[in-house]
Design a protein around this ligand. Sequence first.
Ligand SMILES: Nc1ncnc2c1ncn2[C@@H]1O[C@H](COP(=O)(O)OP(=O)(O)OP(=O)(O)O)[C@@H](O)[C@H]1O
Length: 252
Amino acid sequence: MTPIMSVDAVSFNYAGRSILDHLSFTLTERTSAALIGPNGVGKTTLLRILAGTLLPTSGSVRLDGVPIASYAAKARAQRIAMVPQQLDVPFAFTVEQVVEQGRTPYLGRLRGFTMTDRKAVDRALSLADVSGLRNRIFNELSGGERQRVKVALGLAQEPRLLLLDEPTQNLDIGRQVELIDLLHQLNAEGITVFASIHDLHLVTHNFSHVLLMAPDCKVTQGAPADVMTPRHLSEAFDCDPARHPLLMGAAR
Ligand SMILES: Nc1ncnc2c1ncn2[C@@H]1O[C@H](COP(=O)(O)OP(=O)(O)OP(=O)(O)O)[C@@H](O)[C@H]1O
């Protein structure tokens, strides 16, 4: 069980408001971990810190034992991809053009778009099952279609660690299952996954590790059966277990 990312005593404040307080955990190579918690608790903030686009107030984040702050932006983006909740595409780009942006970390003054990049884009489109949409205008797609294109964009970076911010939003149940299958497939191909998920029913059997963020910087983490208990969930989400079928049917 090799750790790919180690988070050690990370704290973060927005204008003095504490979001993370001495949070520590590791992500194990080739596994999928889930990040759950109520709206506004800090899930996106944590993902951005892991992606290296936001600096923690204190503590350290290491990728393969090396502080992520010491990677150059391109080197970091060749290793870590972040699939955001929302992707704003200002022009009438096609799906293919959007996904090609994922190759940016590999391009340079002396290195144009090559066959390797073309193959990576084709593979990403295929894995996310959006090859059939490649010539469609991204901004004209449905929410669920856009969701899959965003995943393809992340995969085009050929990362070792894929961070996903609510990847199942807008997906119908069939597409949710497909996305979960894709995450398992990525694990088998050597990619580590860390995803924030609001659909708690998807978490129990599909993720090996769960981080539950609750208000006041309280974090419970471990195996799904130990974390996803009615007590932990009802406290974190401020919801009476008797009022929600998912909480009644939680692990214990
Ligand atoms: N740039 C910012 N400046 C100040 N406060 C911010 C900033 N970005 C986010 N916040 C606040 O920090 C808190 C955590 O936000 P974050 O987006 O990380 O939550 P989240 O758990 O991802 O929420 P959701 O489930 O609704 O997507 C929220 O209260 C949010 O309003």
